[in-house]
Ligand binder design. Structure first.
Ligand code: SF4
Length: 573
């Protein structure tokens, strides 16, 4: 092992001989300050200086521009219409009614009036202009939420299985998610200085990031916890994951999972989506220590030369699990036990009313594409606002972009029901199980990386697929479908039974054969299909599935068993 370790260290030195420019940007940023303040105060442009556009991600915001207006702005010789996405960290997705009301107001006042619920249990506001950025972030902090580390080369919002009120184990897991989140949050005062008018630390040079150092991580780092049998956090898609192990109703520990990640680049074989390895078990009290150890491993061994190969999945792939486990022992004296048995049954959420043992009710609200908005005949945003005004419990953002209105008392339930009815809010149980299990990333018009539509288009494509499902009597069969506007993985399309990844406007690659429980990737079935072609490809397979599936056989498993995929079809590219 010693010899292997030495060889690996030598190999890493070579890889990191030429750090990427982003490493220099982090090093020279004075712990994420850069010239963000100056950029914000420049009235001549709606954009930030180039290096600040990178640094600002660590503060939870991205600079974007409206691509729908691009040509018109050019014609008028105007700069692009720049605006900012703000991502709000909500560890475990749990928010109070007051926080909900404040986010709702901020969406109306400074953003595009929509509340976006992300696939990582965070809030997102879109379309915030530079002149309103500081005020909006300050007001988010006033409501006791924050945006630091919601993006950037750091640990992101920590996810956990939705609804801590479902059982004492779920509640305990939420507390663990919060502890990890707190421990792995960057310590820099830059956030307070820039957004909250905190006092400047003289020169900034005395400041330290005990865990991250001035280079932070090589790339983003995602963490999630799942409580079987529900894998609603897609735990194996994360860099770092924990699967709760429960015996006799008690949480005893976790299986550790490492090296998941969904992003890849078309035409670059050195990049790929990857399902995490389940590497071993440890007792529950060690969860923060184990989290730190894995983060430190990635900090010290990740590729800092090539950002496309910088996520933990590539580090694990390159160095191997034996070396990884040895390093966990070397740095934190962690010895993993063999992984314990667990079983996932679904990736999805519960919709409609459920009652927990403590007598409280919980309502699972379907939010298509995570976009909570008011549209003609369907005033979901207004309905949730009205509920928040009287609600005594909590709101829980799920990893499937949905919302649980939790802890509703028996006496309040009829009022909540009447509000939902008054604003024509759809009961998630009344829609097809395909739509119930759909996810779309934000994509166009604001995501600068999108090749194609996702959130704005998937609902209408699902309408078309539902016609086929009705014909083949499959409307009540759960099938997962996910669409992203590019292969960067925000909507976790490689883990969908029907995955659609945008290649160009109106054109998608179709991927099939993933499991319904999030432990097997799909594979490329056909490339560059338009809507008619997607439907034409899916129709005979769905028909065959409706006739020839085994009892309880999921669509992805059927596709694989029936040899629909070419023997050389590759997963995760
Ligand atoms: Fe943008 Fe691609 Fe992420 Fe979708 S998957 S939000 S298109 S980066």
């Amino acid at each position: 092992m010693l010899e292997t370790g030495k060889k690996i260290m030598e190999m890493e030195k070579k890889i990191n001989l030429q750090p990427s420019p982003n490493e220099g940007a982090k090093e020279n940023s004075n712990y994420l300050r850069g010239t963000i303040k100056e950029s914000l105060n420049d009235p001549l442009t709606g954009a930030l200086r180039e290096e600040d556009q990178f640094l600002i991600k660590f503060h939870g915001t991205y600079q974007q521009y409206d691509r729908d207006l691009e040509d018109e702005r050019k014609r008028q010789k105007l700069e692009p219409l720049y605006s900012f996405l703000i991502r709000v960290r909500v560890p475990g997705g749990v928010a109070t009614p007051q926080q909900w009301l404040d986010m709702d107001k901020l969406a109306d006042t400074y953003a595009d009036q929509e509340i976006k619920l992300t696939t990582r249990q965070a809030f997102q506001l879109h379309g915030v202009l530079k002149r309103n950025l500081k005020t909006t972030i300050k007001k988010i902090n006033d409501t006791l939420l924050d945006t630091i580390a919601a993006c950037g080369d750091v640990n992101r919002n920590v996810m956990c299985s939705a609804n801590p009120f479902e059982s004492p184990v779920h509640a305990e897991v939420l507390e663990d998610a919060k502890r990890i989140s707190t421990h792995l949050t960057p310590q820099t005062n830059a956030y307070h200085e820039i957004w909250l008018d905190g006092k400047l630390i003289e020169g900034g040079e005395k400041e330290e990031e005990p865990l991250y150092g001035k280079f932070y991580l090589p790339r983003k780092f995602k963490t999630a916890i799942a409580v079987p049998p529900r894998n609603d956090t897609d735990v194996l898609s994360n860099d770092l994951g924990f699967i709760a192990i429960v015996e006799n109703g008690q949480l005893i520990g976790y299986n550790l999972t490492v090296g998941g990640g969904m992003a890849f680049t078309f035409g670059n074989a050195a990049t790929f989506a990857r399902v995490a390895d389940v590497v071993g078990y440890f007792p529950k009290d060690d969860i923060v220590k184990v989290s730190e150890a894995v983060l430190v491993f990635q900090r010290d061994h990740g590729n800092r030369s090539e950002r496309k190969n910088a996520r933990l999945k590539y580090t694990i792939d390159r160095l191997g699990l034996d070396f990884f486990k040895q390093e966990l022992f070397n740095t934190h004296a962690i010895v993993l036990q063999p992984a314990k048995d667990y079983k996932f049954e679904t990736l999805g959420d519960k919709y409609g009313w459920t009652k927990s043992e403590d007598g409280f009710w919980h309502y699972g609200l379907f939010v298509e594409g995570g976009k909570l908005t008011d549209k003609k005949g369907y005033l979901a945003k207004t309905a949730v606002r009205e509920i928040a005004k009287i609600h005594q419990g909590t709101f829980i953002l799920t990893g499937n972009q949905n919302l649980v209105i939790a802890q509703i008392s028996e006496s309040l339930k009829p009022t909540v029901e009447s509000i939902l009815k008054q604003y024509s809010v759809i009961d998630g149980n009344s829609i097809s199980l395909l739509r119930q299990n759909s996810i779309a990333c934000a994509a166009l018009p604001l995501c600068g990386l999108a090749f194609a539509e996702a959130e704005r288009y998937l609902p209408s494509l699902v309408d078309q697929i539902e016609v086929l499902l009705a014909e083949y009597n499959l409307l009540e069969t759960p099938i997962s479908i996910r669409m992203t506007g590019c292969p960067n993985g925000c909507g976790r399309a490689p883990l969908a039974e029907i995955g659609l990844i945008g290649k160009a406007p109106g054109v998608y690659n179709l991927y099939l054969g993933a499991s319904f429980t999030g432990n097997r990737l799909n594979k490329l079935y056909k490339e560059t299909l338009n809507e008619d072609q997607i439907l034409a490809e899916l129709s005979p397979i769905l028909k065959d599935y409706s006739i020839n599936r085994l009892d309880n056989e999921h669509f992805g498993d059927f596709v694989l068993r029936s040899n629909y995929l070419h023997p050389n079809a590759t997963e995760g590219i």
